[in-house]
Design a protein around this ligand. Sequence first.
Ligand SMILES: Cc1ncc(C[n+]2csc(CCOP(=O)(O)OP(=O)(O)O)c2C)c(N)n1
Ligand code: SF4
Ligand SMILES: [Mg+2]
Length: 299
Amino acid sequence: MVNVMDIPEEEYIFPGTRACAGCAMALIYRIALKALGSNTIVTVPASCLTVLHGMQGFCTTKISVYHTPFATTGASASGILASLEDKGLADEITVLAFAGDGGTADIGIQALSGAAERGTNFIYACYDNEAYMNTGVQRSGSTPIGVQTTTTPEGKLVHKKNMPKILEAHGIPYVATANAAYPLDLYEKFKRAKDIKGPKYIHILSPCPPGWGYNPKDTMLIGRLANETGFWPLYEVLDGKFELSNSSKRYLDSSKRKPITDYLKAQKRFKSIDEKIVKTYEKYIDNTWKEIKSRLESS
Ligand SMILES: Cc1ncc(C[n+]2csc(CCOP(=O)(O)OP(=O)(O)O)c2C)c(N)n1
Ligand code: SF4
Ligand SMILES: [Mg+2]
């Protein structure tokens, strides 16, 4: 297990990015780059992460970043890797695709699926702020039920898409969930992914103060509640073997979980939900953990 002293001091993002105060995505990116080091090329589609990098002519990172059209993150990663292979550099340089939930669960899903199926040796990280934030909070396939966005003014009607499961169905060697509020776990997962050959997929919950409607100082608190209520369990699937991460293990016992209302009531995006939606969440969480238990028992 890593501790805070294991995290390298070197920063790969210069201070003063264009991300909002309290942005979890900026923290996730910072930790991921510390885990992967300077021999990394990142490919990024249109998103808040593009904005973080700055206007044309500037770049807030010390590493090479390729800005790719919205739908093409997976395909661009395969292209970068092919070029590195051609130059004999593929073993030295890590290819990291870093996209938002809209760029992953919706418009980029076929390019990602293709890269996973081809066995591209890359890490695909999805920072999931659960909506299209960069363009003013529209719903995505990863927006949870009941959330108010500009395109779901009365609350989204269906649950979020389960992207980690979809990637698992591709039979790739590594799939993990993570959460910006657990940076050591996040660091460890990127480190592990770096040493595995083939496609690796890490799906990270990324609280967003303006999009979720909470005070920027509460990003870690909100992220922790997602785990403590059982809504966002942390786990890894390594070569098909399912393992619950340490920070989520105690929530196998339902009595240890906080009520989901602690999470929902702390964010303005859930302000239109009623008792029926709360019950839907309770059932969703129960089902999620029943499945986790049966996977652990059968492995
Ligand atoms: C083909 C195409 N359609 C739409 C857009 C406009 N657009 C830019 S960023 C964005 C939202 C991205 O959402 P997500 O991937 O969740 O990242 P976030 O903004 O939340 O960080 C959209 C719709 C675009 N750049 N290209
Ligand atoms: S809108 Fe949300 S995800 Fe985008 S930069 Fe601001 S806090 Fe980060
Ligand atoms: Mg998003």
